[in-house]
Design a protein around this ligand. Structure first.
Ligand code: GLN
Ligand code: ZN
Length: 736
């Protein structure tokens, strides 16, 4: 009866770790206080899994900041600027690498595969020295053992670690971190030996890069690494864990041929093709860790379906070699449904957060072993059936409208240069027009007003008048600064996705469904459970109020469908694009209502468009096609004179420039403050494709704006920055 969990959320059910970390960083509590909170969390997680009946319980998946940074610490690969003097790495050096300190900036952070988790990118060069400098993996193993729990230590695998690293400053172009494999393996050997000595009988190496497009040289590194580790690993059961997608056929071949490895873990939720590979040939005598319980969403598992998959797999790998597992670490889902007081019982019955997923894994393992908990399975089947047939989920009109979109194209009738001419006649803007991205600084007062209104502590009238006053202040400020296209400042919004989700049908919101984004930061994604529709206008009231306060153009401000989709927990009972088209139709109605209300400039933010890019090249085109189509659907119905802006907060889209052009927006505002004009060359490149981006550089439509919203800034920095921005634009206008 074997059950296994790939990894577990660290933050705690009420974000205990977040508050402990932040209090420690603020100097309000001691290192011991932090260690105590962390140890309590680990202990409760281990005990919970143990009492649920899980056989293979992970350790070392906890991290005070990030598991990749933990690996950097384990290897002693501290960049020299942190002046680490050797020995065991403590909080000082660890958190300096994570967050910077008074004198040195932090290491770079980037997204962990296609999740919203961010890891600290190792910086490695030919001179990087490695030493065994953090005994955390062994310490955690012993800590659990002292509690009577024999765990499954987890390490980021050596090849994945190097493939996720970047070359250190100065050797960016010439150095491949993978060449350091021979230098880091000795440290891995020390760790493995110590774990063995401490009594570990299993060890898990997370090698998720195996799901990416790897070349022969990179694949060869896996063979080299595990061949070299083989003798150290002997006497241990070793599993190589992959997740987030299927493993390509070549990688599957390499992986299953690795020496010294006892078992393999696969994501069978996102990696349905892996199932075929397994059916086509799985090495005899090896363990299969079947990741059937989804670690990336909040939906209850379809236990009957999973059980039948497991039974099929059992025929291939044998009863004693099949282990039921999660598709990936549960780090990427919410912690515990038990703390949800806002969600109603019906919706709750459709869901499983991490704590519930642990129970599901165990129930499947028991059922496979012939000890099926009939009551649990039938309750699950009833919940699956109720979700399928619930009128809260299905809205036939929406289904029909979304289905009608497929196969046909949606774009504005006139080309972008003609539209820009028509818009200029109406808007009459100077060259290098100035604008901002949307939000203005959000003060404590403002947050309090919103909170009190939500809690019904102040009347609607009082709320509207407070927000109106704020909008008026922001409008007056922009007029004083002489900005050309104004915004209302978004004072009524606490989050650019939640604000829309709360007004759309088909969305639910958890009270504690937090997921770690990076370090102590968590996000609470909205949950899309049903067909999406827009009962009534969402932004027209505030935007037209703002427009009435000024003679200058007021920009309407919307979040685009792809961003709403990518920053939510989405349905798993229909394809993502289906849900995206539904959201696009709702936003389309909003765009058209804004236009009718006299708003001539509308910005549709797609901050998260790039984030949704699949892990594999072969799947990119399909995603970009429906994502860009969804964006175009939102504004294909407006008049030529209505100017559509979009905003994206990144500049590294050299690879998706085609798609950005194909969005067919009139104005694209992007982050260029940190990218050394790389962007301009990208756009010059764009001109070659002959798409509507040309005029942006060739004629008078280069816009001047900050790189993102100003929500988290203070007026003390915003005012001088915007003043400088406007003066610079005016200066340039004289010169042009
Ligand atoms: N309009 C949003 C704002 O200004 C955009 C935020 C974003 O791009 N992340 O806050
Ligand atoms: Zn932005």
């Amino acid at each position: 009866m074997a059950s296994h969990i790939v990894g577990y959320p660290r933050m705690g059910p009420k974000r205990e770790l977040k508050f402990a970390l932040e209090s420690f960083w603020d100097g309000k509590s001691s290192a011991e206080d932090l260690q105590k909170v962390a140890a309590d969390l680990r202990s409760s997680i281990w005990k919970q899994m143990s009492s649920a009946g899980i056989k293979y319980i992970p350790s070392n998946t906890f991290a005070n900041y990030d598991q990749v940074l933990d690996t950097t610490a384990m290897l002693g690969a501290v960049p020299s600027r942190y002046n680490w003097s050797g020995g065991e790495i403590g909080f000082d050096t660890y958190f300096s690498m994570a967050r910077g300190n008074a004198t040195v900036p932090a290491m770079e952070m980037t997204k962990w595969f296609d999740t919203n988790y961010h890891f600290i990118v190792p910086e490695l060069g030919p001179d990087t020295k490695f030493s065994y400098a953090s005994h955390k993996a062994v310490n955690e193993y012993k800590e659990a053992k002292a509690l009577g729990i024999d765990t499954f230590p987890v390490l980021v695998g050596p090849v994945t670690y190097l493939l996720l690293s970047k070359p250190a400053k100065g050797v960016e172009k010439s150095f491949s971190p993978l060449s350091l494999l021979g230098k880091i393996l000795p440290v891995y050997k020390e760790v493995i030996s110590e774990l063995k000595a401490a009594g570990a009988s299993w060890i898990q190496f997370d090698e998720p890069t195996l799901v990416k497009d790897l070349d022969a040289h990179q694949l060869q590194a896996f063979t080299q690494a595990y061949t070299e580790l083989e003798s150290t690993l002997s006497g241990l059961n070793v599993i190589i864990e992959t997740y987030f997608a299927d493993v390509p056929a070549e990688a599957f071949k390499t992986l299953t041929a690795l020496k010294g490895v006892t078992g393999f873990g696969f994501d069978l939720v996102r990696g349905s093709k892996t199932l075929d590979l397994i059916k086509g040939g799985f090495p005899s005598g090896k363990y299969l860790f079947a990741g059937l319980v989804d670690g990336r969403n909040i939906w209850a598992n379809d236990l009957a379906a999973s059980l039948s998959t497991l039974q099929a797999l059992e025929g291939i790998v044998g009863k004693d070699k099949l282990v039921v597992s999660t598709s990936c670490s549960l780090l990427h889902t919410a912690v515990d449904l038990i703390n949800e007081t806002k969600l109603d019982d019906e919706i709750k019955s459709w869901m499983a957060f991490a704590a519930q997923k642990v129970v599901e894994v165990n129930a499947l393992a028991k059922a496979l072993a012939g000890q099926k908990d009939e009551a649990f399975f039938s309750a699950n089947a009833a919940a699956q059936a109720s979700r399928k047939s619930s009128p809260r989920v299905t809205n036939e009109a929406v289904q029909k409208a979304a289905a009608a979109l497929k196969g046909s194209d949606h774009r504005r009738a006139t080309n972008v240069s003609a539209r820009l001419d028509a818009q200029q006649k109406k808007l009459n803007l100077p060259i290098l027009p100035t604008t901002t991205i949307g939000s203005f600084p959000q003060t404590m007062d403002l947050r309090r007003v919103r909170r009190e209104y939500k809690a019904k502590k102040i009347s609607e009238e009082a709320y509207v008048s407070a927000i109106k006053e704020e909008i008026n202040k922001v409008v007056k400020l922009q007029e004083e600064l002489d900005i050309d296209v104004l915004v209302h400042g978004e004072p009524e919004r606490n989050d650019m996705v939640e604000y829309f989700g709360e007004q759309l049908s088909g969305f639910a919101f958890s009270a504690n469904g937090w997921v770690q984004s990076y370090g102590s930061r968590c996000v609470k994604p909205p949950i899309i459970y049903g067909d999406v529709s827009r009962p009534k206008a969402m932004t027209v009231f505030w935007s037209s109020m703002a427009q009435s306060m000024t003679a200058r153009p007021m920009k309407g401000m919307l979040t685009g469908p792809v961003t709403i989709l990518n920053w939510s927990f989405v349905r798993n009972d229909q394809p993502r694009f289906e849900t995206c088209y539904q959201i696009a139709l709702a936003i389309k109605d909003e765009v058209e209502d804004l236009e009718k209300a006299g708003i001539n400039v509308i910005q549709i933010d797609e901050a998260a468009l790039r984030e949704g890019l699949p892990l594999r090249k072969s799947e990119e085109a399909f995603y970009l096609d429906w994502a860009v189509h969804s964006f175009r659907i939102t504004n294909c119905g407006v008049q030529d004179t209505t100017q559509i802006h979009t905003h994206m907060c990144y500049s590294n889209f050299n690879d998706i420039i085609h798609s950005i052009i194909d969005m067919d927006a009139d104005v694209i505002t992007i982050e260029n403050s940190r990218s050394d004009e790389k962007l301009l060359s990208v756009f010059r490149e764009g001109v070659k494709y002959g798409a509507g981006i040309g005029p942006v550089l060739e004629t008078n439509i280069l816009w001047v704006n900050p790189d993102c919203g100003l929500k988290t800034r203070k007026y003390a920095e915003v005012k001088p920055a915007l003043t400088a921005m406007v003066s610079a634009a005016k200066l340039l206008r004289k010169e042009l």
